[in-house]
Design a protein around this ligand. Structure first.
Ligand SMILES: Cc1ncc(COP(=O)(O)O)c(C=O)c1O
Length: 499
């Protein structure tokens, strides 16, 4: 201690306070090891006299240096430089850390990591292939200016209130609005039977978490929504795969499982099932609900594309017939408008909603009220209804284009496919071929087209003869060009010329 005191110089004219100058200069000397660990600092009185400062200014600076971890302060003793760990400013990313994350992770954590590490990532629009892969609404159709005006409107009106934590059950006016809107789909509920979620993905996750326990199982259509499978694996629920026939899941096999295994839930997508695009009939829905009633096993109905009934064949959701509160219904804005605002909802009996809210509350405290309020304003201004009409117009044409192009360019000897009554998905099954099974993703890239492989949608090993085509992000021209590319690819595989 001593000499460096002479080197502390405070600038009288600086806009930085004396305390901050002092802190900065002492800190620099510690970092540059001019002052070494263990070395004592001058007393507050001595340093204050030396620098012509008030003693409390020096005391304040020492206090702050203590809170930053640069000095130790012991009452009645001099302040000493602390041996402090250096900030790991530039971590060498090529060096392996010393934690074994595999042992830190649970078995379920490791399983999900190993299985889904290479799950298709959003390419950020860099993929130049014609993309039949993504099930995301074409962003070119987003009414983004209208949404921006709604954001401005709600921020002006309620900004501070919306920027705080909100009720985890959701923004009340949006819940009221959803309760009214669900009536169009035959679902009559009050707002307190609705929980707003961060997309329906969170809805499914919360429901699985509510029911998961060792030995419990879930019955679901096979193939099914691929994003549900990691949640299933992570929750440790046993999988009961029920084959999907052209008219929905095989109810005889389902009943067998309900009787023998008593699953916690039946997960189903009655409309435009992901991945097959198939929709179930009224009769199938009634039988499914009757089984659920008979065995008292709830249904988790995923109405992810409820709004996309653009061919006009309207079969109401199973929830619309549910007198005994057996159906937990999940909905979402993602498949018809902006997936990025992450707004979905669960509709269920009050007690079930309260239980799910309790889980949601502690996993995220609150969802974004700003976005929920803006979406509510968007609906209130009439923009949502206008957007839905446009989506119906646009996708009626796009789906017709896709089905016509498939009919015109894909030979029946090569493949067969489903003809959906709405939504975005077509499920294609290749007929057997003599060549060795190719590396599909490489082949698709070579032909400039992206398609989802059917195996992604099966819990157990699935047949590799299936492919899912999504037209959600493509316009008519792109759909036609994509089908032509597929046709060339299949021509290559089957070694045939077109008719
Ligand atoms: C069948 C199904 N359910 C749920 C979701 C989840 O959608 P989100 O969380 O965006 O509402 C998806 C997304 O692709 C889906 O296909």
């Amino acid at each position: 201690m001593g000499d460096y005191m002479l080197l502390l110089r405070l600038n009288e004219k600086s806009r930085i306070s004396k305390t901050q100058q002092l802190i900065g200069q002492i800190r620099k000397k510690i970092e540059e090891q001019v002052l070494r660990p263990g070395e004592s600092l001058p007393s507050t009185r001595k340093l204050a006299t030396k620098l012509g400062l008030h003693r409390s200014t020096v005391a304040l600076a020492y206090q702050e240096l203590w809170s930053l971890g640069f000095v130790d302060l012991v009452p009645g003793a001099t302040a000493r430089v602390r041996s402090r760990r250096k900030i790991a400013a530039r971590v060498d990313r090529s060096m392996q850390g010393i934690v074994n994350w595999k042992t830190v992770s649970s078995t379920a954590g490791n399983d999900i990591y190993e299985k889904y590490l290479h799950y298709p990532q959003y390419s950020g629009g860099k993929n130049t292939n014609i993309d039949f892969n993504r099930l995301t609404v074409d962003p070119r159709l987003f009414p983004k200016e209208q949404f921006r005006s709604c954001l401005n409107q709600v921020m002006k009106k309620q900004g501070a209130e919306l920027l705080g934590y909100g009720d985890p059950v959701g923004y009340p006016p949006l819940r009221e609005h959803l309760a009214r809107n669900l009536q169009q789909h035959g679902i009559a509920v009050d707002a307190d039977e609705i929980l707003i979620t961060n997309g329906s993905q969170q809805g499914i996750d919360l429901i699985f978490r509510m029911v998961a326990a060792p030995g419990k199982s879930i019955a679901f259509e096979s193939p099914t929504y691929s994003g549900m499978l990691p949640l299933l694996r992570f929750s440790g629920l046993k999988a009961l795969e029920i084959p999907v026939c052209p008219d929905g899941m095989n109810l005889a096999i389902l009943e067998d499982h309900l009787r023998r295994d008593s699953p916690a839930l039946i997960y189903t997508m009655p409309n435009f099932q992901n991945p097959t695009g198939a929709s179930t009939s009224q009769a199938h829905r009634e039988k499914l609900l009757a089984l659920s009633e008979q065995y008292r096993i709830p249904i988790l109905e995923d109405g992810f594309e409820e709004e996309m009934k653009y061919f006009g064949k309207v079969v109401l959701p199973v929830k619309s017939m549910d007198k005994h509160h057996l159906v937990i219904y999940c909905g979402t804005y993602s498949k018809v408008i902006f997936p990025g605002i992450r707004i979905g909802w669960i509709v269920a009996e009050r007690e079930c909603i309260q239980r799910l809210t309790a889980i949601k509350r502690f996993s995220e405290l609150s969802s974004s009220m700003v976005l929920q309020a803006a979406m509510h304003q968007f609906c209130k201004n009439g923009y949502y209804d206008r957007h839905i009409s446009r989506m119906h117009r646009v996708f009626r044409k796009r789906m017709q284009t896709a089905l016509t192009a498939l009919h015109d360019h894909i030979l029946p000897e090569w493949a067969e496919w489903t003809e959906p009554s709405g939504g975005y998905l077509i499920w294609l099954r290749l007929k057997p071929f003599s060549a060795i099974a190719p590396d599909w993703s490489r082949l698709f890239d070579a032909y400039g087209v992206s398609v989802s492989c059917g195996t992604d949608f099966f819990f157990s090993e699935g047949s590799d003869a299936y492919f899912r085509l999504s037209i959600a992000t493509l316009n008519e021209k792109e759909i036609e060009e994509g089908v032509l590319r597929l046709s060339k690819l299949l021509q290559h595989i089957y070694g045939q010329n077109r008719k």
